[in-house]
Write a protein that binds this ligand. Sequence first.
Ligand SMILES: C[S@@+](CC[C@H](N)C(=O)[O-])C[C@H]1O[C@@H](n2cnc3c(N)ncnc32)[C@H](O)[C@@H]1O
Length: 274
Amino acid sequence: MKEFQFTDTDFQKVSEKVYSACGIVLGPHKREMVYSRLARRIRANGLKNFEDYLTFLDNSSDQEFSHFINAITTNLTSFFRESHHFEYLKSDVIPRIKQDNKMSKRARFWSAGCSTGEEPYSIAMTVKDEFPSDWDVKVLATDLDSNVLSKAAEGIYSSQSVTGLDENHLRKWFLKSSDGSQYRVKEQLKSLIYFKRLNLLEPWPMKGPFDLIFCRNVLIYFDKETKDSLFDGYHRMLEPSHGHLFIGHSETMSKERRDFKNLGKTMYKRVDVT
Ligand SMILES: C[S@@+](CC[C@H](N)C(=O)[O-])C[C@H]1O[C@@H](n2cnc3c(N)ncnc32)[C@H](O)[C@@H]1O
């Protein structure tokens, strides 16, 4: 017997709300996950069951809706996750940007769905030393979930979450707490990154162009229609001659799309089709 009643209708209503707010598709296999994550919200609000919570959600402020969405998102990430992307960034993408942007001396990167920040900090660590100091280099890091975004902006990580980083990176870019349990990102790295809350399904306020967009392990939650409209948006936002898009290891782009060249290993380059 469960603590809170959770009917098929409740699950359907939750799924519809989540889909229309942020495009995340909650299939039937997500039912248990939805129960355990939202049970916390029901308890926090002192309610009796899911039906009451859904009514409460409809009548309450944006604050509870934000808690609701934050509870649903999955935020798993790590430093230098899918490391081949960072190797290719260094060996191929950065030299190309340096060549093509030598007049403007400007480079822009976007981590779309940055979660707790490990991805944008990994981008920043990779690019920081590769551009001369007179270049204007910035990383935009966005996420829908306001909790993970504040953790990202804070830049404090447990010793467990930095295990993927080598000694050089740790020494160069982090300050270790006196008891060794925490690592704080140094200001000179953090200052490269601009953190902003952004729902990818809502209008994008930035103009671009970006030289490289990371949208990894985010598209997996969306249906084909949402993915295609995001790919259209990324295409528009990418620098025309060399803009790259990296997606997650289990994500795919439809082969029919002619506006991106598949470079293998979930890496794509913008192509202009006439
Ligand atoms: C699994 S994490 C991926 C983090 C990182 N990109 C990586 O690959 O390690 C997925 C992130 O996508 C975010 N997300 C999901 N739907 C979103 C949406 N509609 N707009 C913006 N971010 C979204 C979630 O909040 C979550 O932090």
